[in-house]
Design a protein around this ligand. Structure first.
Ligand code: ADP
Ligand code: MG
Length: 246
């Protein structure tokens, strides 16, 4: 097998419980390098839990989960190293209000990669350009719109040069007119070949940007396919979901 055929993420029979509640009931899923995978499904179907397992925020109970060559089901995993490879962006941006955009974006790489001030400035310029915010480096978060703050959060993730980025409903807290600018940034990253897993309620977006759409239902991968499966659901559950969701 050539290197490029090795999936960056591989779920095999993954199970996860919180106490008595089994939330992931045997998930099989692979994400190839450069692939964009959209997770869709009702609230409570296990989408966030699946994402959180990928960067080690949750530990799986059974099955196998391999991420960027690390076996998360195995013995010891260095979570700090894992999270350098795997970025995650949430619905809430969690920027530091007392730091500028540039400082927010370079805080982690300065600490982890021990880069100097000049290099940090160049890095900030590069990742802020990627999210269309070159002119906001010296602003504070409160001076930005919600959509701009979310783009800073994406830039902060890019600054760590991850191999994979996870997005969990990153537009859900935004007004509709600010959603588009964030989705366009994700679309741009997709075209640059970034590997991404995203949980989204934006069905039209999932259909257009994702190489693989995964419909989760009651802790299982219920149906999976290309974006076109949303126009042609094979199960009553997906049919009902897209019927309500569109
Ligand atoms: P989704 O993202 O699809 O809405 P989640 O993965 O957040 O679903 O949640 C799946 C189920 O797991 C829900 O029933 C939720 O209440 C439960 N759950 C999620 N996180 C925890 C937790 N830390 N402790 C207990 N139950 C949890
Ligand atoms: Mg969720």
């Amino acid at each position: 097998m050539t290197r490029s055929n090795v999936p960056l993420v591989r779920f095999h029979g993954v199970r996860k419980s919180f106490g008595e509640l089994e939330v992931l009931k045997g998930i099989d899923l692979e994400v190839a390098p450069g692939e964009v995978v959209a997770l869709i499904g009702r609230s409570g179907s296990g989408k966030s839990t699946a994402l959180r397992c990928v960067n080690g925020l949750e530990r799986i109970n059974a099955g196998e989960l391999t991420v960027c060559g690390r076996e998360l089901h195995g013995g010891k995993v260095d979570l700090r190293e894992l999270r350098q490879d795997v970025g995650i962006v949430f619905q809430s941006y969690n920027l530091f209000p007392h730091l500028t955009v540039e400082q927010n974006v370079t805080l982690a790489p300065r600490k982890v990669h021990k880069i100097g001030a000049g290099e940090a400035r160049d890095l900030a310029a590069r990742v802020l350009a990627q999210v269309g915010l070159s002119d906001k480096a010296q602003n504070y978060p409160e001076q930005l719109s919600g959509g701009q703050q979310q783009r800073v959060a994406i830039a902060r993730s890019l600054a760590m040069r991850p191999k994979l980025i996870l997005f969990d409903e990153v537009t859900s807290a935004l007004d509709p007119e600010l959603t588009g600018e964030v989705l366009r940034v994700i679309e741009q990253l997709a075209s640059e070949g970034m590997t991404m897993m995203l949980v989204t309620h934006e069905m039209a977006f999932a259909r257009s940007v994702a190489d693989q759409v995964v419909f989760m239902h009651q802790g299982r991968v219920w149906e999976t396919g290309t974006g076109d499966m949303l126009a042609n659901p094979q199960t009553p559950e997906l049919r009902q979901f897209v019927g309500n969701g569109l």
